[in-house]
Structure formats: structure tokens, C-alpha cells
Design a protein around this ligand. Structure first.
Ligand SMILES: Cc1cc2nc3c(=O)[nH]c(=O)nc-3n(C[C@H](O)[C@H](O)[C@H](O)COP(=O)(O)OP(=O)(O)OC[C@H]3O[C@@H](n4cnc5c(N)ncnc54)[C@H](O)[C@@H]3O)c2cc1C
Length: 356
């Protein structure tokens, strides 16, 4: 009998990070009682802009680079791509699909120009190809295509949550004042003696000075595009299309506005996004009035300087918080790789006699 039956584990957060961690932990250690505590969950009818997982596109678009952070993220992204491939094959209802990714850059940096056809870009066997000059649209200096994946975000998170509950997990809807508050809360509601809290709260309760929000506004349209395509414009703006699997339409986006607190969609931004998309991708829709708009979205990416915080903190004797927050604009594409690293820290945090 595992000592963890008396020492349940709490995961804070039911975004893509918390759900991935909780399901991974549960699949490896089915005897442990795992409870997710979250202010908002995939069943929340009108999620706030702060619940980033409900507002993502979401696609996987690699970021080339040689910094330690980007290298680590590339590893996590490739691990995630492997798991997503299995999910797409075995559970089509989860809302993950592999498809062609295309990128056009108006002002490509050096590290991009060094890439060659056949390199591993998104994942092994991704059929990465640098486009010929003649294949580039007007104004683009570099382009590529490769195999990648997209996810229909709400059904995917709901699918993860349903599996977690079916396999014996528990979900409690509650707003905590801090990660450490979960220790007291667990005692109050009779969960027993909790020694490990996993903090997947997205922004760590705004208590980390390295965390900032990045506002993102997008438009969901009914039409479905066959591939996910991103154009990086010279002025630093982005024009992307992200089809959502299983009939979820296509996300037309999008903005990246650092520190912008506005949670309502701005009409002028919507107009600009649709105009830019019609101009960049006329094979999708060639004039703004032809878009069938279903919804306007505003979400806040939980961005952190230095990337994801995956780290253990000792708060009191026998009480540890394993942090897993700050996924920024990459929470889906890094989700399984990050979850594996977070679960490793949970294992290492278990009391010696009960080491998982
Ligand atoms: C417009 C837009 C487009 C994006 N596109 C992509 C994309 O294409 N690919 C990609 O990989 N990523 C994308 N992202 C980023 C992605 O959405 C985030 O990185 C990811 O959702 C973060 O997930 P998370 O679980 O860490 O945080 P969240 O989804 O924010 O979840 C946090 C969880 O913690 C809970 N919580 C927070 N505070 C408390 C509290 N006080 N008490 C209790 N619970 C609390 C919340 O209720 C929630 O359940 C995009 C984001 C936006 C906004």
C-alpha cells in the first residue's frame, strides 16, 4: 500500500499545464489520490481572459534559436509532439490533428536563414522544407513548410479532465489566495495531510516579478483552412490561421500586447486582423465580408522572463511546492515535455521512505 494514499497530492490549475501534469502523474501512480483545485475549469461557461488555455489557437510552431532557454523548450516541444501524435492517432475525439504548417517571414533572423531542407524543425520526420524564392508570397524573404499539429483547445482540455475524473481524480472549484494557501485549504476540507502542492496556476497568483501578461486578440471564423500558416510581418505583427480540429473553425490572429490589461475585444483590432488575413491568404477568404465570424477572443498569455518556472520550493518542514507555471505563448506546444519535468520534481519531492 502506497503511503501516498494518506498523503494526497494537489495540483493547482486546470489549464493545459495542470491537466497534463495531473493525468501524467495519475497514469504513472494510480494509487495516489490526486485533486485538482482550480478557480476556472474547462466546464466554466464564460472563462475569463486570465484562463489562457481557453483562448489559445492552438498550434505548434517551433522557435529556432541557440539560447539555453530555447534549446530546453525545443526538447520539451519535441517530447510534446510525440505524445500529441499518439493522442491524434488513438483518440481522435480529443481534438488534436497533424497537418501541414507553413511560415513566411518578411525579416528573417540569422538563425532562421541557416536552416536547410531536411533539418529537424518541429519533430523528427517532420518533412521540413525551405521554400524556393518563387514559392514565397509578395514581401516574404523566407518561408518553410513542415508537419505539425493543432488542437481544438476547449474540447482537448475537457477530454483531459474527463479522463482524469474517470480514472479516480478529483476536481474542486475554488479560488486560492496563494499556492501555499492550498495546504490549509486541503486540511479544512478534509483532504488529509498534503505534503506536495503542484502549482500550475499560470501566473503564480501574480506574485512572481518575472511574470507579465501578454494580451492576445483573435477571431474565430466558421470556415476551415487546410493548414496552419503564420506570417511574421516586418513591423513585428503576426498574421496567422490556425484550424481547430473536429469542426472547430479557424482562428484568425493575432496580437501580442505586452502588459495590456484590456479584456474586451477592440473592434479596430478585429478589423485589422481580418483585413490582414484576407490580404495574406486570399486562397482562404479574399475579402473581409466573406468571413463568417463566430466569436472574438481575448486572452492573457502567462509569460515569464526565462520561460517556464519548473522548480521545487520548500515552504515549511515536510511541505513542498513544485512550481510549473509561466508557459507564455507556448503552453500547449510544451505541455507534455513540461509535465514530464514537473512530475520528475514531484517524485524527487516525495519523503525518502515514500519515494515514488
Ligand atoms: C491568443 C492566444 C493564443 C495562443 N496560442 C498558442 C498556441 O498556438 N500554442 C501554444 O502552445 N500556446 C498558445 N497560447 C498560450 C497558451 O494558451 C498558454 O501558454 C497556456 O494555456 C497556459 O496554460 P496554463 O495551464 O499554464 O495556465 P492557464 O490556462 O492560465 O490555467 C491556469 C489555471 O490555474 C487556475 N488558477 C489561477 N489562479 C488561481 C487561483 N487564485 N486559485 C485557484 N486556481 C487558480 C486557473 O483557474 C486555471 O485553471 C496562446 C495564448 C493566447 C492568449
Amino acid at each position: 500500500m502506497s503511503p501516498f494514499q494518506e498523503d494526497p497530492i494537489i495540483v493547482i490549475g486546470a489549464g493545459v499545464t495542470g491537466l497534463s501534469v495531473a493525468t501524467l502523474l495519475q497514469s504513472q501512480y494510480p494509487e495516489i489520490r490526486i485533486t485538482i483545485i482550480a478557480a476556472e475549469t474547462p466546464t466554466t461557461t464564460s472563462p475569463s481572459a486570465d484562463y489562457a488555455s481557453m483562448w489559445a489557437g492552438a498550434h505548434y510552431r517551433p522557435i529556432a534559436g541557440s539560447t539555453a532557454q530555447l534549446k530546453q523548450e525545443a526538447e520539451m516541444a519535441q517530447r510534446t509532439a510525440k505524445v500529441m501524435r499518439r493522442i491524434a492517432q488513438e483518440s481522435p475525439e480529443a481534438g488534436v490533428a497533424f497537418l501541414q504548417g507553413v511560415e513566411y517571414l518578411e525579416d528573417p533572423p540569422e538563425e532562421i536563414l541557416r536552416l536547410k531542407t531536411g533539418d529537424v524543425y518541429a519533430s523528427t520526420n517532420d518533412e521540413f522544407r525551405v521554400l524556393e524564392h518563387a514559392e514565397l508570397p509578395f514581401g516574404a524573404k523566407w518561408g518553410c513548410e513542415y508537419r505539425t499539429w493543432c488542437v481544438n483547445v476547449q474540447p482537448y482540455c475537457q477530454w483531459l479532465l474527463d479522463r482524469f475524473i474517470t480514472n479516480g481524480g478529483q476536481l474542486i472549484g475554488h479560488r486560492l489566495s496563494s499556492a501555499a494557501d492550498a495546504f490549509d485549504f486541503a486540511r479544512q476540507i478534509g483532504l488529509g495531510r498534503v505534503k506536495i502542492i503542484v502549482n500550475c496556476s499560470g501566473r503564480n497568483f501574480d506574485q512572481d516579478p518575472k511574470v507579465k501578461i501578454i494580451r492576445g486578440q483573435t477571431v474565430l471564423v466558421k470556415q476551415r483552412y487546410s493548414k496552419t500558416v503564420t506570417r511574421q510581418n516586418r513591423d513585428g505583427t503576426w498574421t496567422f490561421l490556425i484550424p481547430r480540429p473536429n469542426g472547430g473553425g479557424t482562428i484568425v490572429g493575432g496580437t501580442k500586447e505586452i502588459g495590456d490589461p484590456e479584456t474586451r475585444p477592440r473592434p479596430e483590432t478585429r478589423q485589422k486582423l481580418l483585413e490582414q488575413a484576407a490580404q495574406a491568404y486570399p486562397d482562404f477568404v479574399d475579402s473581409v465580408d466573406k468571413f463568417e465570424v463566430l466569436k472574438e477572443n481575448v486572452g492573457r498569455r502567462p509569460w515569464r522572463e526565462g520561460g517556464f518556472r519548473i522548480e521545487t520550493e520548500s515552504v515549511a518542514p515536510g511541505q513542498r511546492i513544485v512550481h510549473g507555471y509561466g508557459g507564455g505563448g507556448r503552453g500547449y506546444e510544451l505541455s507534455w515535455g513540461a509535465a514530464e519535468r514537473i512530475v520528475e520534481l514531484v517524485k524527487a519531492s516525495a519523503p525518502a521512505k515514500a519515494r515514488l
